[in-house]
Design a protein around this ligand. Structure first.
Ligand SMILES: Nc1ncnc2c1ncn2[C@@H]1O[C@H](COP(=O)(O)OP(=O)(O)O)[C@@H](O)[C@H]1O
Ligand SMILES: [Mg+2]
Length: 221
């Protein structure tokens, strides 16, 4: 069992508006899960909470036997760096660094290990952009930038990959390419992947869908 959600509630503002309502469930190791629902239904909020980027107002999230809201910030940062990769709609690459340097960013927090650099090259090669390793993000297409961001998310060999609308800013061909990479990563590396999308075809590529309506899970398949 990898991620356990226990009666998660999340509210924002004063008076509080309840955005997630009593969400419970389990995501097993090696699953590929899509989170779907209308805009404003709470998809991003749920993803951020289960990936430790935000805290629930009440309830608990347990990842690999660790209650992530109960550990201190330093431990949490280490946990995240070792176990979790993140991909967002906008790639957030650093503009002054090359593609390869961007991919290597998460490794800078760890003792030097030449295998990391070899692995970063392998990822760029696998994603079809090794010949662009020395380019700046501005010299890459949107699809290539997103592939660099995915390589960066994977360079630490995380057990979990979280993605919020990873195809939201791409044309359909590049969106398909990103989804195919996700399928491959899930299959070949057994990475657990949880992604938000509002594209129903992309959502169906998951082994399971979590469907949110108004902050509640209405179906889990
Ligand atoms: N930081 C915040 N402060 C106040 N309201 C928020 C905040 N984040 C999200 N919300 C509200 O919570 C609801 C769900 O947001 P979100 O999880 O981003 O939805 P989705 O990703 O499904 O479009 C929305 O009504 C949104 O306005
Ligand atoms: Mg969202």
């Amino acid at each position: 069992m990898s991620i356990i959600m226990k009666q998660i509630n999340k509210s924002f503002g004063e008076p509080p508006v309840n955005v997630l309502k009593n969400i419970s469930g389990t995501i097993q190791d090696g699953e590929m899960v899509s989170i779907v629902g209308r805009s404003g239904s709470g998809k991003s909020t749920l993803l951020y909470i289960i990936s430790s980027l935000d805290q629930p107002s009440s309830g608990e999230v347990i990842v690999d036997d660790v209650s992530i809201s109960k550990i201190d910030q330093k431990e949490l940062h280490r946990f995240r760096n070792q176990k979790m990769g993140f991909v967002f709609q906008f790639h957030h690459l650093l503009p002054e660094l090359t593609a390869l340097e961007n991919v290597m960013m998460p490794t800078l927090k760890c003792p030097y290990d030449k295998n990391r650099k070899i692995f970063a090259h392998e990822l760029l090669n696998e994603f079809g952009i090794l010949d662009k390793a020395d380019r700046l993000p501005s010299q890459l297409s949107g699809g290539e930038q997103q592939r660099v961001a995915i390589a960066r998310a994977l360079v630490m060999k995380p057990k979990f990959l979280f993605a919020d609308e990873p195809t939201g800013n791409l044309d359909s061909a590049n969106g398909q390419l990103v989804m195919n990479l996700f399928l491959r990563i899930n299959k070949e590396r057994a990475t657990t992947i949880i992604y938000v999308t509002h594209d129903s075809l992309f959502a169906q590529m998951a082994s399971r869908q979590i469907h949110l309506v108004d902050g509640k899970i209405v179906s889990k398949d």
